[in-house]
Design a protein around this ligand. Structure first.
Ligand code: ADP
Ligand code: MG
Ligand code: MG
Length: 926
């Protein structure tokens, strides 16, 4: 029987990869992310301390066998240890030349809840004494030893970590030692002894003196931590399988705390905040392990290493370049310098802000490290959304500066401007936001995993300790929350619930403004403004690549075999200014221009009301004649802004009562007027004459009253009953189009008739409107390319798409109404009363008003597209509901062969990227 190989030294990775048919993915599954990368760096000739990995399969076997080490594991580990001893010339447990190691967990995906790393394994009383005698660095030995006892005691044996921290704190107080650096060799010896006593007290067993027992217990503890509560919870939340198991890495110790020529640090190969291609990170001399990120001492920026230790810095820069070349990704590395010599302890793909993600993807594609398509796939639609986050109004910020409101400056850890009331703990932040919906900023000395709920609820995060790689910074970047970290001049007093800097006290609930891009913290509120796309040159480039991908796909048949022009992104824009913005953001058409918004403009509403209240047709026509030039002017502006791109104008959609005052208000006025005139009459005075008009208004409002106006007389139905309004609109559209065309700018007007349910509705109104278009063109002596089409928002229209397409030259899905009518939900009522609970309890997988319900609404859409194109193969089909800006819905729109998605101007960049993602994802050769 062959015994499974459970243990691989880092040097054996090539052999393992070959055994696994060259699959690096399989190597990572077996050795975990950390172990696989350590082994890989070893193979690349990057300096990694010798070590070995115990496989994830061993972890699973151990857990399945009721916590028994699987057969052969311990022997293989011992043999691997011997290989390491040979390589280092040191021996494990030997007082003369001892090998010390760290034990590190590492699953395939890095995840919280796994066992923390234990450093300096292999030290015991005898080894410590031996080393201390032989070398002149006893101070260093006992610094290591006390760390081992503390880490092993808490992490492996389960004693509470605070008892060690408290004991050390009290020791320093009693011996008048201000910082750890003031502790002498004797101090560390005593602290070590004190820690050993604590271990015994809390675990009923002495600290193990046998090096091999230490090693074995660490390994088993890591295996067990796979089933720990936090690890399980995280896996469930992140959708990671429970049977992956974790690997264990045993790595020769290298010592950043050895002397003044030693140190430890973390670095990113590019800035995780801006994406700038230069090393970015922190380091500390005379430090070990997590000292850099723990916020105990303030670390130094990595640039300083270049002057402090130029050789080590140069080597680090080389290694980083090599790693990027290999992984073709920005890397996040851990390193230690021991007596001037560089050692790499970890590398992995680095987390980054949205801005950095875009810049890195574009830079790497330009440097041919990756393809443009890969660059597109490395940026998520949500990241692009974050980039459109608000920033401070530059003027307002200058003003705040000149008023002396700049309060403190920290590390610019995660960009974006945030304004909010400050609170000092995560629970309170979450509660305040939930209860009041206020904008809140969480301020803490530093953050821990327990604080994440508050960090996510906050508009911004501020810490007084820690740097660009601190927990707060990493989490904030990941979730796109603005963050200023390590604003060291701020002292936060958690008991008094206030903070102080330069003698200025800020109390809980006071307003502050933080700028995560500059690291500045201001007192009070500063006005913000929307992000400007033009200033984000890398994003503009990436979005152009996205458009190219979609356009190239358009050369081929669409996913369902339909002729496809490639998925385009259009905008919903009601005014010329919106249309301009839409063009700037890259829209290639307008999918929805809602004409009624033009009616609501202040100077027009009285005319609109006069039109509605008119009793005689000529009275109504007079009002419409007044509206005509106003609408025409709007349309001219929009056509000019769109420079020949298609513009879909929707004819009047809402019921008329929306343009009239509220019935109850009018009624109140009528009553009060009646009372006054009665009083005047009794007093023998004249009665005011405007009461008749008011009564007429009331009567008309009451006449227009409907029980269910959204399902009543509106849109195409209203046009059939009262064609004059849409006739005026069509005239305005075609006149405007003709005027603009005559100036030499091409126009493509598309006139959309809303809320059609039956072909005959179109057949009734459309010919009439076409005649008007013909008349106007004859009057103006131009021939325009224009279309009549309909909005698909009633299930019956979707089902009878083949028939509707006999009259309609284009379809546009109004998915908001289509969802309301398919589900029988009134959106406002649903979202207010039950929909959130539906989603929370999993009754619905997501809010169908945000993401298209593919199985229901989506099937209607698919059926409609198929039907429509059977009748009219070149039928243009798009979507103009809010869904047009949602990445998942865009994916579906592409799948059913739509020509464009139309969304609000601000979502256009998001939609352009999502359209490219959909195109790449469903490419026929995929
Ligand atoms: P995490 O996954 O939490 O980062 P690590 O295993 O990477 O845990 O280790 C924690 C810290 O200890 C890191 O700073 C790492 O660089 C350091 N460390 C781990 N192993 C060694 C070693 N053999 N020598 C020196 N430092 C080490
Ligand atoms: Mg690490
Ligand atoms: Mg509608």
């Amino acid at each position: 029987m062959t015994i499974t190989k459970w243990v691989y030294t880092f040097g054996e990775v090539a052999q393992l990869e070959a055994e696994l048919d060259g699959s690096w993915e399989a190597v990572r599954s077996l050795l975990g992310g950390k172990g696989a990368n350590l082994a890989n760096m070893t193979r690349m000739g990057v300096p990694v301390p010798p070590g070995f990995a115990i496989t994830t399969a061993a972890c699973n076997a151990y857990l399945q066998a009721n916590q028994q080490l699987p057969e052969g594991l311990w022997e293989q580990a011992t043999a691997a240890l011997e290989t390491v001893e040979t390589a280092t010339g040191k021996r494990f447990g030997d007082p003369q030349k001892p090998l010390l190691v760290s034990s590190r967990s590492g699953a395939k995906f890095s995840m919280p809840g796994m066992m923390d790393t234990v450093l300096n394994i292999g030290l015991n009383d005898e080894v410590a004494q031996g080393m201390a005698q032989r070398e002149d660095n006893a101070h260093f030995i006992y610094d290591c030893y006390r760390r081992l006892v503390q880490m092993f005691g808490s992490v492996v044996l389960g004693a509470p970590d605070e008892v060690f921290e408290d004991a050390l704190h009290n020791y320093k107080l009693n011996h008048a030692r201000a910082t750890d650096a003031d502790l002498t060799t004797e101090d560390w010896q005593q602290v070590t002894r004190m820690f050993q006593n604590l271990v015994k007290q809390y675990t009923q067993a002495p600290f193990p003196q046998d090096a091999r027992a230490q090693l074995r217990q660490s390994i088993e503890a890591i295996f067990k931590s796979w089933h720990g509560r936090r690890a399980r919870d995280y896996r469930r939340a992140a959708g990671i399988a429970d049977d992956l198991g974790t690997a264990v890495n045993i790595v020769t110790m290298v010592f950043g705390n050895l002397d003044a020529n030693s140190g430890t640090g973390v670095a990113f190969t590019r800035s995780p905040s801006s994406g700038e291609p230069r090393l970015f990170g922190d380091y500390l001399l005379r430090a070990q392990g997590e000292d850099v990120v723990a916020g105990i001492r303030n670390p130094k920026p990595i640039e300083q290493l270049e002057t402090e230790m130029p050789d080590a810095y140069g080597e680090l820069a080389d290694v980083c370049k090599k790693l990027e070349g290999h992984y073709r990704e920005m890397q996040d590395v851990e390193f230690t310098i021991e007596q001037g010599k560089l050692w790499m302890l970890q590398t992995r793909d680095g987390k980054r802000t949205a801005r950095a993600a875009v810049r890195i993807a574009v830079d790497m594609a330009n440097d041919a490290l990756i393809t443009r398509e890969q660059a597109l796939q490395r940026v998520t639609a949500e990241q692009v959304n974050t980039l459109l986050h608000p920033q401070f109004e530059p003027k307002a910020m200058e003003e705040a500066r000149s008023q002396g409101r700049l309060y403190a400056t920290g590390v610019n850890a995660s960009p974006g401007a945030a304004v909010g009331q400050v609170y000092f703990d995560a629970d309170t932040v979450e509660r305040v936001v939930k209860e009041s919906g206020l904008a809140v900023i969480l301020a803490r000395p530093f953050t821990k995993p327990d604080d994440v709920h508050g960090m996510l609820a906050a508009k911004g995060i501020l810490t007084s300790a820690g740097g660009a790689t601190s927990h707060a910074a990493v989490v904030a970047r990941q979730f796109g929350v603005p963050c200023v970290a390590g604003a060291a001049s701020i002292r936060i007093n958690l008991e008094q619930r206030s903070m102080r800097a330069e003698d200025v006290v800020v109390n809980e609930g006071d307003w502050i403004s933080i700028d995560g891009a500059s690291g500045d913290v201001f007192l009070g509120r500063i006005a913000t403004r929307a992000a400007v796309l033009d200033e984000q040159s890398e994003l503009l480039i990436l979005l152009e690549w996205a458009d190219e991908v979609c356009a190239a796909a358009g050369m081929r048949a669409g996913p369902d075999g339909w002729p496809s022009r490639g998925l385009q992104v259009w905008a919903n824009a009601d005014y010329p200014a919106d249309a301009q913005r839409a063009r700037q953001f890259g829209a290639t058409g307008i999918g929805l221009c809602r004409t009624e918004h033009m009616f609501f403009q202040e100077n027009r509403l009285p005319v609109v009301q006069r039109m509605i209240l008119a009793q005689q047709p000529d009275e109504r026509q007079a009002a419409l004649d007044e509206l005509l030039p106003m609408q025409r002017k709007d349309f001219e502006g929009i056509f000019e802004a769109m420079q020949g791109c298609p513009v879909i104008v929707r004819l009047l959609d809402p019921p008329l009562h929306e343009f009239l005052p509220d019935e109850y208000e009018v009624w109140k006025q009528v009553i009060s007027k009646r009372v006054t005139s009665l009083a005047r009459y009794l007093l023998g005075q004249e009665t005011p004459d405007d009461i008749a008009e008011l009564e007429r208004l009331l009567a008309r409002v009451q006449e227009l009253h409907e029980n269910n106006p959204m399902l009543g007389l509106r849109a195409v139905r209203l046009s059939i009953m009262l064609p004059q309004i849409v006739e005026m609109q069509v005239r305005a559209i075609i006149e405007a189009a003709a005027n603009v065309e005559l100036t030499g700018t091409r126009v493509q007007p598309e006139i959309m008739i809303p809320l059609v349910g039956h072909l005959n509705e179109l057949n009734t109104i459309q010919p009439r409107l076409k005649r008007i278009a013909r008349t106007v063109m004859d009057e103006k002596r131009v021939e325009l390319e224009y279309k009549f089409g309909t909005m698909i928002e009633i299930p019956r229209a979707a089902i009878t798409g083949a028939e509707i397409a006999e009259a309609a030259e284009f379809f546009s899905f109004g998915t908001n109404d289509l969802t309301q009518m398919t589900y029988g939900f009134s959106r406002d009522d649903a979202e207010r009363n039950f929909l959130l609970k539906y989603v929370e309890d999993g009754i619905l997988p997501s809010n169908p008003f945000q993401t298209i319900d593919r199985d229901g609404v989506g099937q209607l859409m698919r059926m409609c597209v198929e039907g429509g194109r059977r009748t009219r193969p070149d039928l243009e089909v798009g979507i103009c509901g809010e869904h047009g800006g949602d990445a998942d819905s865009i994916d579906f729109c592409h799948l059913i062969g739509l020509d464009y998605v139309s969304c609000s101007p601000f979502r256009i960049p998001v939609a352009r990227l999502a359209a490219a993602h959909a195109t790449l994802r469903h490419r026929p050769d995929n």
